[in-house]
Design a protein around this ligand. Structure first.
Ligand code: S3P
Length: 447
């Protein structure tokens, strides 16, 4: 089994000291919600329409895989995506390997979806994804009856043999992971009986919200202080129109950029503020960031607001580890904010960052050090001694290694905006996995 196709070019880019960020921008649709919208619409019988879908490579990998499984998915000229679902239980065996590119979410959620169907499927991915742990989903899905052929350490490429009927289980998550939770719930959709997931620590709840919207019978309760989600199979999903709000994880780069570049005053429209995702706002505000939430409203069953962010002096803080799940993807850019704060910022409880698209603790420690910041790496976190608002030196004669990780590339791009010599990034191509318009929006806002 081969790795997935790799991107042809590796465009390096230097991000230089920036003019103030001003005006209004709109970040693309939420990545987590976009994946789920395509998957669930693909399982419903009938036509669903999705607007605001993120058209990044990760989500396009999900669309391609759902097509291989029998869903009809079409993009209209106005940007609406129309999905004719194949129906739960009726997925077809893919003729070719499912190429998941860089996307852990596509892989783990699809593994769940397929685990309770009587078919075989091969999953491949790029070098980053092929190093990421899949045993966290293989373990519960095997308990439900699926079987897997993977490397001895449980990585891609792997072959899944689904089972129908699968066996409902009660699974207590050993790691705080929305992907593992979702994989088990999606397997439970096509499994007769009640499949339960116990979450000692709450993670993003887009799967629960959206599956309910598509007509699944799903209950969320609490037992001994832990969240318990029960899904009733075999479900019958009904088509639904989904409006995808802007991605708070993408907005985070601009929140930090405007906070650290003097003179900035930027409005970011339509940002999803689901409480299971909005930890970055809380932490930046604790550091002194000036962020106002304007016109709070609901879009597609998710809380949304426009965010006005103005340059402000930041102070170092100890980040409460309890907030980690609600901002797990935002730590690379939070480290950048901390590098400009007055004093020391300590982040702990970040073990999960070591198994993201890259080891985000050590890769960010190396990147920030190369740009002149003062950081200390711990097993479960990073301590950052800030400049007190002064620019960083920049990477003068070195180049930041991004290790196929979009969030490292974007975070260090933001660091470059407040640096003397600029920050040179080895590869900006991975940015397209989650935020294809990132560089254009940055150029537009800093004009
Ligand atoms: C995601 C869950 C998180 C997050 C990822 C998207 C999701 O991963 O890091 O970018 O859409 O469910 P984990 O569940 O592995 O923490």
């Amino acid at each position: 089994m081969a790795l997935s196709k790799t991107r042809a070019s590796m465009p390096a880019h230097t991000f230089n000291s920036s003019a103030p960020l001003t005006g209004r921008i709109r970040v693309p649709g939420d990545k987590s919600i976009s994946h789920r919208a395509l998957m669930f619409a693909g399982l419903a019988v009938g036509e669903s329409r999705i607007t605001g879908l993120l058209e990044g490579e990760d989500v396009l990998a999900t669309a391609a895989a759902m097509r291989q499984l029998g869903a009809q998915i079409e993009r209209l000229d106005d940007g609406t995506w129309v999905v004719h679902g194949v129906g739960l239980g009726s997925l077809v065996e893919p003729a070719q390997a499912l190429d998941m590119g860089n996307s852990g979410t596509s892989t783990r959620l699809m593994m769940g979806l397929l685990a309770s169907h009587q078919l075989k499927a091969t999953f491949v991915g790029d070098a980053s994804l092929s190093g990421r742990p899949m045993n966290r989903v293989i373990t519960p899905l095997s308990q439900m009856g699926a079987s897997f052929e993977a490397s001895s350490v449980g990585t891609l490429p792997l072959m899944l043999h689904g089972a129908f009927p699968a066996v409902p289980i009660t699974y207590r998550l050993p790691v705080a992971s929305a992907q593992v939770k979702s994989a088990v719930l999606l397997a439970g959709l096509n499994t007769p009986g009640i499949t339960r997931v116990i979450e000692p620590v709450a993670t993003r709840d887009h799967t629960e919200r959206m599956l309910t919207g598509f007509g699944a019978k799903l209950e969320v309760g609490e037992e001994n202080g832990e969240r318990v989600i029960s899904i009733h199979g075999e479900a019958d999903l009904k088509p639904m129109d989904v409006v995808v709000p802007g991605d708070p994880s993408s907005a985070a780069f601009f929140l930090v950029a405007a906070s650290i570049v003097p003179g900035s005053d930027l409005l970011i429209e339509n940002v999803g503020l689901n409480p299971t995702r909005a930890g970055i706002l809380t932490v930046l505000k604790q550091m002194g960031a000036e962020i106002d939430e304007l016109d709070p409203r609901e879009v597609g069953g998710e809380p949304v607001a426009d965010l006005r962010v103005r340059h402000a002096p930041l102070s170092g803080i100890d980040v409460d580890p309890a907030i980690v799940p609600s901002m797990v993807d935002e730590f690379p850019v939070l480290f950048v904010a901390a590098a400009f704060a007055d004093g020391t910022t300590k982040c702990s409880g970040l073990e999960e960052l070591r198994v993201k698209e890259s080891d985000r603790i050590s890769v960010m420690a190396a990147a920030l050090t190369a740009a002149g910041a003062s950081v200390e790496e711990q097993e479960d976190g990073l301590t950052i001694h800030g400049t007190g608002g002064e620019p960083l030196r920049g990477t003068s004669n070195s180049r930041v290694k991004t290790h196929l990780d979009h969030r490292i590339a974007m975070s260090m791009a933001i660091a470059g905006l407040a640096s003397k010599d600029g920050v040179d990034i080895d590869d900006t191509a991975p940015i397209s996995t989650s935020f294809p318009t990132f560089i254009d929006l940055l150029d537009g806002a800093a004009r």
